[in-house]
Design a protein around this ligand. Structure first.
Ligand code: IPE
Ligand code: IPE
Ligand code: MG
Length: 257
């Protein structure tokens, strides 16, 4: 039985809250960090850390599906990662291509809907074609949603939304007063996707690094010391347990106060 089933059962049978497993996040977003350090600690090239990072991603996605997480967003390449040595950048591009080529069929089989967030215009045409293929093939899948943030930057995303709205105002299609948080949300890469409930960052760094800054306004943040290539089911379950101990108040008061 998955955690989601257990949770459903607990609700159906009115089991006391204390006995029921803590609430599952609907959407988790992961900053997969520490590949380079993992490799360096072993005297390996950084690229080897990225390769092992893809294996950790497979394990973690499988675990998230088994547990019943509805939406998973992974930060794979930031707008700022272009500043790394060209060989590392091209290795990361190659790994994305290989991940889509090797894993797309299995993700589709598992009823996963794949979406890409980020600026594609700077990517090679062959990568862009693969991303389009992945989204088109899986568009109707109703199981899990996997959002791959690639060449993604939150500031760039928000600026693009502001620009699109400004253009609509300039064309006389909307008024400045109509620019609300909802109007901005609808123009983000994640339009229509509920906000992440939980943001996980591995490797002990405690920052967002330009990831989902709008969407994570009320997300619970969990920082884990484990380096990403060592991540998997056990570490994910620990993060979920930590999430379950948090109290989300959204600016209101704690229950019973
Ligand atoms: C995360 O690992 C993967 C990417 C940013 C693409 P890093 O490559 O940042 O690993 P560290 O932080 O140098 O250890
Ligand atoms: C964030 O990690 C980007 C990804 C995990 C893809 P970085 O390693 O690039 O972030 P900083 O430079 O430590 O903030
Ligand atoms: Mg890093």
């Amino acid at each position: 039985m998955t955690m989601a089933d257990r949770q459903g059962l607990a609700q159906d049978t009115g089991v006391a809250a204390a006995a029921a497993p803590a609430a599952l996040p609907r959407h988790i977003a992961i900053i997969m960090d520490g590949n380079g350090r993992w490799a360096t600690q072993r005297g390996l090239p950084r690229v080897e850390g990225h390769r092992r990072g893809v294996e950790a991603l497979r394990r973690t996605l499988k675990a998230a599906r088994d547990i019943g997480i509805e939406i998973v967003t992974v930060y794979s390449f930031s707008s700022e990662n272009w500043s790394r040595p060209p060989a590392e950048v091209s290795a990361l591009m190659g790994l994305l291509k290989r991940f889509i080529r090797n894993d797309l069929a299995e993700l589709h089989e598992a009823n996963v809907r794949v979406r890409i967030a980020g600026d594609r215009t700077a990517l090679d045409p062959d990568i862009r074609a693969l991303l389009v293929e992945a989204e088109a093939l899986t568009a109707r899948n109703l199981g899990q949603t996997l959002i791959v943030a690639f060449n993604y930057g939150s500031r760039q995303e928000i600026a693009a939304a502001a620009r699109a709205l400004a253009e609509e105002v300039a064309r006389g299609e909307r008024t400045p007063e109509s620019i609300t948080p909802e109007a901005i949300e609808a123009r983000l890469n994640t339009a229509g996707i509920p906000d992440p409930d939980l943001v996980i960052r591995t490797s002990g760094e405690m920052r967002l690094s330009n990831f989902l800054m709008w969407q994570a306004a009320y997300a619970e943040l969990v920082f884990q010391p484990v380096l990403w290539p060592d991540y998997g089911r056990e570490a994910l379950e620990e993060a979920l347990a930590e999430y379950g101990r948090r109290e989300r108040r959204y600016g209101g008061l704690a229950a019973g106060r």
